[in-house]
Design a protein around this ligand. Structure first.
Ligand SMILES: C[S@@+](CC[C@H](N)C(=O)[O-])C[C@H]1O[C@@H](n2cnc3c(N)ncnc32)[C@H](O)[C@@H]1O
Length: 510
């Protein structure tokens, strides 16, 4: 229903948000980015981690399973989000994560003393969704609750790549207000229809070439996500320097984006662009220019509080000890580098990358070990890191700074819940990977195969196939034929299950 209430502060609340996992928010990944920039990082064991605006909590639940030695806290003012988060946490018996139904203002003004100080504070996709008053509450929380040496991750829609969405958002919001009794999903559907009809009627704005990006987004993004972005009274894309100004109040310093590719400018800028940037010393100006150069749509900024630079020798030693793990088996001939940001083809030796994948297909290795492999021996460390950045960006590998001793049980418990949810719902789509301390997207058929194997204990191919067919049959929108399902199931058992066992995703004996 389109009811409104005061606590929501103009924010969409009648439709729950999506429940995804974000690999670029794990402590290992964030710390890898800090190391690339030469900084000491917060601990990877016995740390405290806070998410502001934790949404459906799945991200935090995954991290709690991946890091049983860390303590995770999520706050969000939407009771439906907290209820969902707690259900998954309880079902997976995760003891090291807690969710609190609190607004940022309530946390700050009424409850702040109950909470410890944090090594990590993240807020994903919230800053551009909330009012300036709420942004200031977030900044105050970071100022009060981030430890010295702690890291803070703030992501937001960037005006350089979202400017064309501003009039669209306004149109959808104004149109939705004409139907106060409808729910947000109905409103967003009607809005999409209106835009389509306006385009067909020759509306100039919707026929601008840049609008292709918007129509693609409308096709790909789930309705829940679109409702949160487009029907929100306070959604507003930001410039890098807007966020920088807010963050000054938190006594933190900008380090980099949580994307190793951003560090290797030659991987996404043209020679002309690189020439233009050369010699510019101001980090702020370089960030501003790069945002314009690539038409940046979404930034993931990392800030540190009193961060310490590492000595060169210490840094090299730490980097060489980082483990590189292949996320899923890859046939070399199928390997493709995904081009980052602009449209430039990546200037990188793909033959060398294929060789590395061949090695990683058998076993994970450290960066130090990688440097001893044939083909890599003559490469300098920065060039090896360049290859790592490309593989991370292409979602082929994960990096592990410190191996976790006992995370398999908690990960398997959560994976079992994800698989069980797949029988009737389509909300949870990621499995935890204990070996790489990360998560992986898994399609519905594969989640049902996991469910059949682990939760139901089915063993022979025929009964697994019948099980998968039974549940996919009942699901709306699944268009696979019986033969296609049979093929997918056999492929999953022959390839994915083997890899799941290798990475600790599944334990068939449990
Ligand atoms: C766009 S969602 C992002 C959720 C989550 N970080 C994710 O990426 O999946 C923004 C979240 O912030 C929460 N939120 C918005 N305003 C808030 C406030 N003033 N206090 C607490 N939570 C708030 C919303 O309920 C929502 O869950």
């Amino acid at each position: 229903m389109g009811l409104s209430c005061e606590w929501m502060d103009g924010y969409v609340f009648d439709v729950p948000y999506i429940a995804d996992f974000f690999f670029y928010q794990t402590p290992d990944f964030l710390n890898f980015c800090l190391l690339l920039n030469g900084f000491e990082h917060p601990p990877l064991k016995n740390f405290k981690f806070l998410e502001l605006g934790s949404g459906m909590g799945f991200n935090l639940n995954c991290m709690a399973a991946l890091y049983p030695n860390g303590e995770f806290y999520g706050i969000d003012f939407n009771p439906e989000h907290i209820c969902f988060s707690n259900r998954i946490k309880d079902d997976a018996d995760l003891k090291n994560v807690s969710f609190y139904e609190l607004s940022f203002e309530e946390f700050l003004k009424e409850r702040k003393e109950e909470f410890p100080k944090f090594d990590y504070i993240i807020s994903h996709g919230v800053f551009s969704f909330v009012s300036d008053e709420n942004k200031n509450f977030i900044v105050e929380i970071i100022k009060n609750k981030l430890k010295q040496g702690g890291v803070c991750y703030i992501s937001y829609n960037d005006m350089c790549g979202c400017f064309f969405s501003v009039p669209i958002q306004r149109l959808l919001l104004d149109y939705s207000k004409l139907f106060p009794d409808l729910g947000s999903l109905a409103k967003i559907n009607m809005g999409k229809n209106l835009i389509k009809k306006m385009k067909d009627a020759g509306c100039m704005y919707f026929n601008l070439p840049i609008m292709e990006r918007l129509f693609k987004k409308f096709e790909i993004d789930r309705l829940n996500y679109l409702a949160h972005e487009y029907l929100n009274e306070t959604w507003n894309p930001l410039f890098f320097t807007d966020v920088l100004s807010f963050m000054k109040g938190a006594k933190v310093k900008y380090v980099c984006q949580a994307d190793p590719i951003w560090y290797f400018e030659d991987l996404f800028l043209t020679d002309k662009q690189l020439d233009f940037l050369k010699g510019r010393r101001s980090i702020v100006l370089k960030e501003i220019i790069k945002d314009y150069m690539v038409g940046m749509a979404f930034r993931k900024d990392l800030y540190i509080k009193g961060g310490q630079p590492l000595a060169k020798g210490e840094l090299i030693e730490k980097i060489k000890n980082i483990k590189v793990v292949l996320r899923s088996p890859i046939r070399q001939e199928k390997f493709k580098v995904s081009p980052p940001y602009g449209n430039k083809n990546i200037n990188i030796d793909t033959e060398l990358i294929k060789k590395l994948i061949e090695v990683l297909n058998d076993n994970s290795c450290t960066i130090g070990e990688m440097m001893a492999l044939s083909g890599f021996q003559s490469m300098e460390l920065p060039n090896i890191l360049r290859v790592i950045a490309v593989l991370l960006h292409s979602r082929v590998i994960d990096v592990v700074l410190e191996a976790e001793d006992h995370n398999m049980e908690s990960c398997v418990r959560l994976n079992k819940i994800v698989a069980k949810e797949a029988r009737f719902k389509n909300s949870l789509k990621f499995f935890c990977i204990p070996e790489s301390k990360s998560g992986i997207f898994v399609d519905i058929i594969k989640r049902l195969v996991y469910d059949a194997l682990v939760n139901e204990g089915l063993k022979d191919m025929d009964s697994i196939i019948s099980y998968v067919i039974k549940y996919t049959d009942e699901r709306e929108g699944v268009v696979l034929t019986k033969e296609e399902i049979e093929r997918e199931v056999s492929k999953c058992i022959e390839e994915d299950v083997v890899q799941w066992e290798r990475l600790g995703i599944i334990d068939i004996k449990l």
